[in-house]
Design a protein around this ligand. Structure first.
Ligand code: NDP
Length: 483
């Protein structure tokens, strides 16, 4: 299987190669096969991307919002028309099952393009009457934004950042994770096909140093990062030095709380989705599943039975529900956490080993009787490892759920809706669900509190993070001056 793009980068409306950049291989996690060979961006590639974006942005910003919207809508239409081809590429890039990439990755990216295409033309300023004088506000783009992506949802991340940025008149230089560099290149080419001017959306490849070069470049007005908390801290500090805007979508260790009165099948289904979808490589996963003691036995019994039926295998097979992890390093890390869970005394309910479907598989794993101090209850694993913890009361579970540096997401399952609302009001998380989990429609803000990040993606809230307000005072009479 070969998925070699025409070149490593897409800059100023065209494919661009510079073989002087460090060479790296892209492998298909399903088999470990090399599917593409690329080069990291050299300073010359970065210069071309940044100067091209700066040159193109002002004209793009000056267009009518409906003109920009038309291009984004067209791009979404192309993505939907090529859904199958793009899903296959996403599966090759990430190893996620084709049944996931067909419905979750590019389709959610297309949703974002459509949503922000619709929203941008409706954005207006305010007028403030001041007697004879008056003031008004203009919502302006920030300029050139840097997007830096993680490897778990590479195309969705590129679209989620590009859609609000571009619809409001910004340009973007996007750096995907070097493990999943292929989807964003397709997005850049699709934008050009849809009529976007050259230079508005550029993709440069590379490792952390390329991301760091973007975060420190004075031409970049904003950095939007999806990545881990340690990387977020570095990028935020670099951006602060240049007084740049940031959006940080970082890691989590989110609580999913199941009360005795919950619908067991729904709660089990949500816990499985929130731990095993994308082989657990999802930032907002509910990896600490707090189960009230009265429902524990039934919950674990159904969880074990349903987990045993998960179909792991070749990600390209229609029937496959569960694929490999992204890399050998991630595989080793996740197995290390499983070993810690066993060592520290958690009860292994199912899974607990490497899978035999391929080199990068880990079995969907459930630990019960997990306590708050165990490593698997404290650290982000980013793999298919669910920790089930017991609790008695609302007060207790709120305190324990909030007892973490992370604050990305939280979920509550209960038959008592009043309790659901009471709980989410007190949970320290940017994104919460009542009787649902991990649904992130573009209409709803997505983001974090505490160390899991700041800023919001999706929804009207994202507009605040890609625009700034200019105030205009208009004098209508003579200037009164004491001098
Ligand atoms: P990393 O933090 O390792 O990397 C994220 C991106 O930042 C990569 O493109 C990486 O490049 C780049 N990078 C690394 N160092 C720097 C630097 N100093 N300056 C600028 N850029 C840098 O995350 P992963 O790719 O390992 O992704 C997993 C993490 O992402 C998890 O913690 C997960 O929770 C989080 N995540 C958060 C989401 C959210 O929306 N909140 C969604 C998805 C994932 P390179 O890969 O080349 O090193």
């Amino acid at each position: 299987m070969i998925a070699q793009p025409k070149a490593s980068h897409f800059v100023n409306g065209d494919w661009l190669e510079d073989e002087a950049g460090a060479a790296f291989e892209v492998t298909y996690p399903g088999t470990g096969e090399v599917i593409a060979r690329l080069h990291a961006a050299t300073p010359a590639v970065l210069e071309a991307a940044l100067s091209g974006a700066v040159a193109a942005q002002a004209d793009w910003a000056a267009r009518r919002p409906v003109e920009r919207a038309r291009v984004l809508m067209k791009a979404a239409e192309i993505i939907r028309a090529r859904g199958e081809e793009l899903a296959r590429l996403e599966t090759l890039d990430t190893g996620k099952p084709i049944q996931e990439t067909r419905v979750a990755d590019w389709p959610s990216g297309a949703d974002a393009l459509e949503y922000f295409a619709g929203l941008a033309p409706t954005l207006t300023g305010e007028t403030m009457p001041l007697g004879g004088d008056f003031a008004y506000t203009i919502r302006e783009p920030l300029g050139v934004c840097a997007g830096i992506g993680a490897w778990n949802y590479p195309s969705q991340i590129a679209c989620w950042k590009a859609a609000p940025a571009l619809s409001t008149g910004n340009a973007m230089v996007f750096k995907p994770s070097e493990m999943t560099p292929l989807g964003a290149l397709q997005l850049a080419a699709i934008f050009i096909e849809a009529g976007m001017p050259a230079g508005i959306f550029n993709v440069v490849q590379g490792f952390g140093a390329v991301g760091a070069a973007l975060a420190t470049d004075p031409r970049i007005a904003k950095v939007s990062l999806t990545g881990s908390v340690p990387t977020g801290a570095k990028v935020y500090a670099a951006a602060a030095a240049g007084m740049k805007h940031v959006t940080m979508e970082l890691g989590g260790k989110s609580p999913l709380i199941v009360f005795d009165d919950a619908d067991v099948e729904s709660a089990v289904g949500a816990a499985m989705l929130g731990n095993f979808y994308s082989s657990g490589q999802i930032c907002s996963n509910g990896t600490r599943v707090f189960v009230q003691k009265g429902i524990k036995a039934r919950f674990l019994e159904r969880l074990a039975a349903r987990t045993a039926k998960i179909v792991a295998g070749d990600p390209m097979e229609e029937a496959t529900q569960f694929g490999p992890l992204i890399s050998a390093a991630q595989h080793e890390k996740v197995l290390g956490y499983i070993a810690k869970g066993k060592e520290e005394g958690a009860t292994l309910v199912c899974g607990g080993s490497a899978g035999n479907e391929g080199p990068l598989f880990v079995q969907p794993t459930v630990f019960a009787d997990v306590t708050d101090t165990m490593t698997i209850a404290r650290e982000e694993i980013f793999g298919p490892v669910m920790a089930v913890l017991d609790f008695d009361t609302e007060e207790e579970v709120i305190a324990r759920a909030n007892g973490t540096q992370f604050g990305l997401a939280a979920g509550v399952f209960t038959g008592d809706l009043a309790r659901g609302h009471r709980m989410v009001a007190r949970l320290q998380a940017g994104t919460t669900w009542i009787n649902a989990y991990n649904l992130t429609p573009v209409e709803m803000p997505f983001g974090a509190v505490k160390a899991s990040g700041l800023g919001r993606e999706n929804s009207k809230a994202a507009v605040e993070h890609y625009t700034q307000v200019k105030a205009v005072y208009v004098g209508t009479g003579p200037v009164e001056s004491p001098y």
